[in-house]
Design a protein around this ligand. Structure first.
Ligand SMILES: C[S@@+](CC[C@H](N)C(=O)[O-])C[C@H]1O[C@@H](n2cnc3c(N)ncnc32)[C@H](O)[C@@H]1O
Length: 322
């Protein structure tokens, strides 16, 4: 059995019998005025963060969600869109599609604004999406891509890139790990399917996105996720896994490389009213400007003693250079 088949099997079981501890998101379940998340969707929350950010969701974007789980985030996306077929949900596991379909009926009974036909559920594979080119404004996946091995991850990202419109956003949440993992962990199909042993360092995750062509990357959150300890897993050392929330934007690739925002800011504190680097970045005195890592590097290489560059917070919230 391949690791992809093992993954399908695991999520078939997780569809038939909800498993509350399957993925450990530290995000609270958020509800908005008039938005009620059914209990069964909360029990089937198999994500590791949130991909629903209000600022991505104005003007009724056409949305795609890959790997539907219990359907909670599709319902949250629908809240902002409220149109028939406004959110396309794709999953490769029949039982998961069936479970989410039932959950949307429950959501319909608990939310007077919601209709099940706001969600267009399709059987399909993240590696070969049943969606036309350049048709989606916001695509999302939560806790699926970390399961894929490198070649499949590349393919899954290429598929998302293909279906997005120019300037469309791919919004994701996935576990990441900065430590080496041994081959026993890496090759354990079940642990991989459980989102425990496929995670890669943030730098590699970002590179996988920019290699496919996404010109802008935003790291929006970085949080503790799991510990793999020697008493429970095949490892001699404690392995610390985090989860990140990331948006990859289908902007053209800048000639000097991608803009990757990791939460750095530049502050000019010199004697003038502002500092202009003549490359499109104007720093008003004593006002932080969010900068991508490329701009942060260029400003620090000026070696000035009146510009402060902060460390990455991994909490980028929009605005700034580029
Ligand atoms: C870890 S769960 C995450 C579910 C949901 N995103 C959430 O946050 O609760 C992974 C989901 O991806 C689906 N899945 C697994 N392999 C897939 C593939 N190759 N293509 C599409 N969906 C897949 C599973 O059935 C499951 O619904």
């Amino acid at each position: 059995m391949s690791y992809l088949e093992a993954t399908n099997d695991l999520y078939k079981q997780a569809a038939l019998t909800p498993d509350v501890g399957l993925c450990c998101t530290t995000n609270p379940i958020w509800e908005l005025p008039g938005l009620k998340i059914p209990k069964i969707m909360q029990e089937m929350n198999y994500g590791c963060g949130s991909t629903v950010h209000a600022r991505d969701l104005s003007n009724n974007p056409k949305m795609l969600y890959v790997g539907v789980g219990g359907g909670m985030e599709l319902l949250q996306f629908s809240y902002f869109n409220r149109q028939k077929g406004g959110v396309v949900g794709v999953d490769v596991v029949d039982e998961m599609l069936e479970a989410s379909r039932k959950n949307f009926k429950i959501a319909e009974a608990e939310n007077d604004w919601f209709k099940s036909d706001f969600i267009d559920l399709k059987k399909g594979d993240a590696l070969n999406l049943p969606v036309d080119d350049n048709t989606i404004d916001v695509a999302a996946q939560n806790c699926l891509f970390n399961i894929f091995k490198a070649e499949d991850l590349k393919r899954a990202i290429e598929e998302m890139y293909r279906v997005l419109k120019p300037h469309g956003k791919l919004v994701m949440s996935d576990p990441t790990c900065e430590q080496e993992m041994n081959d026993t962990l890496r090759n354990d199909d079940r642990l991989r399917a459980l989102c425990l042993s496929g995670s890669i360092p943030i730098k590699d995750y970002v590179k996988a996105l920019t290699d496919v062509g996404f010109g802008t990357i935003e790291i929006r959150a970085r949080k503790p996720y799991r510990i793999l300890a020697p008493n429970a897993y095949p490892t001699d050392e404690l392995i610390y896994i985090e989860s990140i929330e990331v948006a990859a934007i289908k902007d053209p690739m800048p000639a000097d490389g991608p803009c990757v925002f990791t939460g750095k800011a530049a502050i000019y504190y010199g004697d003038e009213d502002y500092f202009d680097d003549k490359k499109g970045h104007v720093l008003l005195k004593n006002q932080p400007l969010a900068v991508c890592d490329k701009t942060a590097g260029a400003l620090s290489s000026l070696d000035r003693n009146d510009i402060f560059i902060s460390e990455s917070t991994y909490h980028y919230d929009g605005g700034g250079c580029c």
